[in-house]
Design a protein around this ligand. Structure first.
Ligand SMILES: Cc1cc2nc3c(=O)[nH]c(=O)nc-3n(C[C@H](O)[C@H](O)[C@H](O)COP(=O)(O)OP(=O)(O)OC[C@H]3O[C@@H](n4cnc5c(N)ncnc54)[C@H](O)[C@@H]3O)c2cc1C
Length: 392
């Protein structure tokens, strides 16, 4: 699978990342038990999170997951290229997904860049080691695409804030210890200028997390209710009133660099599916070959696009509106890979057969909603139209 070979890729994977990658590949080839346990198909999200947390602990203790993060925050130094290489190698050796450690690549860069240093130094090593996990609380019942209309309120009180409100569609909140909450500290009319970001400990009194059962049978999403939750001032992320800037920093990662990490697992899914298809080959053209071609082209597009975003990030530039391209391409690739993956099945009842099939069914159904998270497809197109093409 030469196309899937991190060792020969340019850009973010260059330099002595090659040495790191080669050593990590050798470690994975010995099939460490925590890796094998996390790489098997696990339909239960509770079990998946437990297996991934254990793998993160081992990766941290062995040093692999510490490369690419600053020493002050539990890392061993070096840039995002190490992380790009680590997750791609994990996918290539058989890991199916990052589970909620997706948030390491979506939230941790912002906590590093904008959180209070002592707070970040306290929480990030625990996040990296899988001891604690994070979620992202932006959306509300009345604030999705129109994020500036967030109503959750944070009121200054002594050396801290008291937060009340309701967040929805909070990925992985059921399994998280922390949530990065966007709340209103300004007037109701202040829109995006009156927002502040807070790191809220989900174990605090006044927090209720209610899982939302999804059509694919999983409980990744949740509703988080905050009722008079006290948060110390040291857990403000960014400036008071600067929550919009924090949200945009996070979304730049969720739409941009994250596409790199996620697309590695789509290649994994595609290559896993190729084996049975090849065995069934009778020499003639098959209907699903067209779908396979589409999936490969979509993956190549998202790889190229996210590579550019990663290269820019390595040189210190956060993706701007052009991250919308990576987000759109990633969603398209996720859907076409899953269209192809289920092409030989007559219905979705395959989920009842075994764990492989159950996970495949979950992935397929989840792929139908990937055009929504991180900002809907229409909002990404709107960004491109207005901010890049300057259309009226
Ligand atoms: C799998 C998944 C995971 C998610 N995880 C999280 C999470 O961890 N944290 C979090 O905070 N949120 C999360 N979300 C929520 C997500 O960010 C919102 O669903 C999204 O922003 C859309 O908001 P909405 O659902 O309120 O829909 P609306 O904003 O009500 O939009 C409904 C429809 O109208 C369209 N629309 C709205 N406004 C416009 C406009 N101005 N121009 C053109 N079309 C428009 C939208 O594109 C959409 O098709 C997640 C969602 C999904 C599906």
């Amino acid at each position: 699978m030469s196309e899937f070979n991190a060792g020969s890729a340019p850009g973010p994977l260059a330099g002595d990342v090659h040495t790191y990658t080669a050593a990590f590949e050798a470690w994975l080839a010995a099939r460490p038990p925590a890796f094998v346990a996390a790489a098997r198909p696990i339909p239960s999200y509770a079990e998946r999170v437990a297996a991934m947390s254990e793998l993160m602990r081992v990766l941290f203790d062995e040093g692999w997951a510490r490369r690419g993060w600053p020493e002050e925050f539990g890392g061993l130094g070096g840039g995002i290229a190490y992380r790009a290489a680590m997750w791609e190698a994990l996918a290539r050796h058989g890991l199916g997904a990052m589970a909620l450690f997706e948030h390491l690549e979506i939230l941790a860069p912002t906590l590093l860049a904008m959180g209070r240093r002592d707070f970040a130094a306290r929480v990030l090593p625990r996040f990296l080691r899988g001891d604690e996990r994070w979620s992202q609380g932006f959306s509300e019942p009345e604030a999705g695409s129109d994020l500036a209309s967030v109503r959750t309120r944070a009121t200054a009180d002594g050396d801290g804030y008291v937060i009340s409100g309701r967040k929805i569609w909070t990925s992985w909140a059921r399994y998280a210890s922390w949530c990065l909450v966007l709340a209103r500290t300004g007037t109701r009319e202040s829109r995006h200028r009156g927002l502040t970001a807070f790191a809220v400990d989900l174990r605090s009194p006044g927090v209720e997390v209610r899982a939302i059962e999804q059509a694919n049978g999983t409980d990744e999403l949740a509703e988080v209710t905050l009722e008079g939750v006290r948060v110390p001032s040291g857990q403000v992320v960014g400036e008071v009133g600067g929550g919009w800037k924090v949200a945009m920093h996070i979304l730049a990662h969720e739409r941009g660099t994250f596409a790199w990490f996620r697309h590695c697992f789509l290649y994994r899914q595609l290559f896993d599916g190729l084996r049975p298809a090849a065995e069934a080959e009778d020499g003639g053209p098959r209907a699903e070959d067209g779908l396979l071609g589409e999936a490969l082209l979509d993956l190549a597009a998202v790889r190229a696009s996210s590579h550019v975003v990663m290269d820019r990030y390595v040189t210190g530039t956060l993706a701007g509106p052009e991250a919308a391209f990576s987000k759109l391409l990633l969603a398209a690739a996720e859907q076409s890979v899953n269209d192809w993956s289920l092409a030989d099945d007559t219905d979705l009842a395959i989920g009842l057969q075994d764990e492989h099939a159950a996970v495949r069914r979950q992935d397929y159904l989840f792929s139908r909603i990937v055009t929504v998270y991180g900002g809907s497809q229409q909002m990404q197109l709107d960004t491109i139209a207005k901010q890049i093409l300057r259309l009226p």
